[in-house]
Design a binder for this molecule. Structure first.
Ligand code: SAM
Ligand code: SF4
Length: 478
């Protein structure tokens, strides 16, 4: 399918900047908001169409409590209708905190002389991955500072090392990357190592604010960063993740800019971003910014609901930067992936309890430090279906969220069964306490819903595969 092109101030051209801040402010400052218009826009989104910048601006400006409730209700409905109750789980693995940049908000910045610099050795990576596998993780995102040490070849090497670690029934089946922008050749090198998604956050899409926060190093170059995922696409890497660091600039601007970035990728490559991330700024060593643009919990919830409606077929990632209460609240409005059991201190996963836990190597403070088991326990209590599925990208079904969304029955035929199979594996190999009992019950409930639903699904085959997992087979998927 081709996306509907949208007329924007700067015509979309491959590898050319596309953000016009006047255009975005014009929409924010000049949209008329009525209940009818808000409802119309929500209906368009429920009809599985991406919203335009102007429509997104209407939602951003919808400020009365009834309208905000309409937006949240719309997002909740869209999530239920389209994605069901699956939540995909992953964990970040910090590989190295050397950095030549000076982002004012980040504990890794070069001028933070207190930071203890470290890059994990191969042996340490293996130990970390083993510890993550022992917790039940199957999907990781590897994170790096920006430094000549972290060349594309080095990144590819760490990816291969990670895939090579097998402990018991444990293995990592999808490695995503969050690292500095690369050139086309560099993206090709990393793609060849078999990565899933490559994430680069623009941090702020406002050019002036961007130059205020990014004082030195390669990251100073706004345009190079803005066009980084174009270069990924040119290299054939079509699973890319965009994001903005909320708290650096006006959140309304960033939301529209994320939609504008989506429009750009659709226009040039006929595929939107695979995921959108919306980290909120967290306390970091030597954090050196004002709180002028701090995003309240209420605005944060609203902006997630708006993103859900604006880009219905894009995965939304919520991280452990947020505390459990906020995560619980926001998750209902369309988040599709969260991390669990997160540790961001370098080498922390494999450290024993009594080793020094505070070596000053972390980037910022996380607010949800629960174990993966505890996160899964809560997801089950709230009737979510935890998933470690990695089937699509391994079967070459990339752009998967788009497919989930547009192919009728895709979720019921593939995603839900695969979520059940990966949850069954987790239960067999890693569940403790009453998580196993709750997990089996969840799987049974899901099976019955599929059996009673209108869309015909071969549940006998799903039951058959769950039985095989109970007998010791692993890595079964549709
Ligand atoms: N160095 C690479 C880069 O800058 O793109 C990738 C890794 S960086 C460690 C990952 C992301 O962490 C950044 O893109 C930024 O959005 C986020 N981040 C940095 N400082 C943060 C803070 N104080 N609170 C929350 N997120 C932060
Ligand atoms: Fe370095 Fe990335 Fe931190 Fe900036 S955000 S200082 S580039 S690690």
């Amino acid at each position: 399918m081709r996306f509907n092109p949208e007329k924007c101030a700067i015509p979309d051209k491959r590898m050319q900047p596309f953000i016009d801040s006047n255009e975005i402010w014009n929409y924010i400052n000049n949209t008329e908001v009525t209940d009818e218009r808000v409802q119309q826009i929500i209906n368009k989104s429920l009809n599985k169409e991406r919203l335009t910048l102007e429509e997104t601006a209407v939602l951003v400006n919808a400020n009365n409590p009834d309208q905000i409730e309409m937006i949240k209700e719309g997002a909740r409905k869209l999530k239920e209708k389209v994605y069901g109750n699956r939540i995909v789980l992953f964990a970040p693995l910090y590989i190295g905190n050397r950095c030549t940049n000076n982002c004012k908000y980040c504990g890794f910045r070069a001028s933070n002389k207190d930071a203890v610099r470290k890059t994990l050795s191969d042996e340490e990576i293996i130990k970390e991955v083993e510890a993550l596998e022992d917790n039940g993780q199957k999907r990781l995102i590897l994170v790096y500072g920006e430094h000549p040490d972290y060349s594309p070849e080095y990144i590819a090497h760490t990816v291969r090392t990670t895939y090579g670690v097998k402990k018991g029934n444990g293995e990592i089946r999808r490695v995503n990357i969050n690292a500095a922008p690369l050139d086309i050749e560099g993206f090709r090198t990393v793609k060849d190592a078999g990565i899933g998604t490559y994430q680069v956050f623009q941090e702020t899409y406002d050019r002036e604010a961007y130059s205020w926060y990014h004082l030195g190093g390669k990251k100073k170059d706004y345009d190079y960063r803005l066009t980084s995922l174009d270069r990924a696409q040119e290299a054939g890497l079509d699973d890319v993740g965009i994001g903005a660091l909320f708290g650096l600039y006006d959140w309304r601007f960033e939301v529209l800019a994320l939609v504008r970035h989506t429009v750009h990728l659709e226009a040039c490559y006929n595929v939107g971003p695979h995921t959108i991330s919306f980290p909120r700024i967290k306390d970091a060593k030597t954090l050196n910014i004002t709180n002028k643009y701090e995003v309240s919990d209420a605005d944060f919830t609203k902006l997630v609901a708006i993103l859900r409606l604006a880009v219905p077929y894009t995965g939304l990632i919520l991280t452990a930067r947020e505390e459990p209460k906020v995560r619980r609240e926001v998750m209902q409005f369309g988040v599709s992936q969260i991390d669990g059991g997160t540790k961001i201190e370098l080498g922390e996963y494999s450290k024993s309890q009594n080793e020094d836990q505070n070596l000053n190597r972390e980037q910022f403070k996380i607010a949800d430090d629960r174990s993966l088991g505890d996160v899964i326990d809560e997801l089950l209590d709230q009737k979510y279906l935890p998933s470690f599925c990695t089937a699509c990208y391994r079967l070459g079904r990339t752009g998967e969220h788009f497919m989930e969304f547009s192919v009728p029955g895709f979720i019921k035929r593939y995603c839900t069964p695969n979520a059940m199979l990966t949850l069954a594996e987790y239960i067999m190999d890693y569940a403790t306490g009453d998580v196993a009992e709750k997990g089996w019950q969840r799987i049974e409930d899901e099976l019955q819903q599929l059996e009673n639903g209108e869309f015909k699904v071969d549940t006998a085959e799903i039951r058959n595969r769950i039985e095989k997992i109970k007998q010791g087979e692993r890595d079964l998927y549709f």
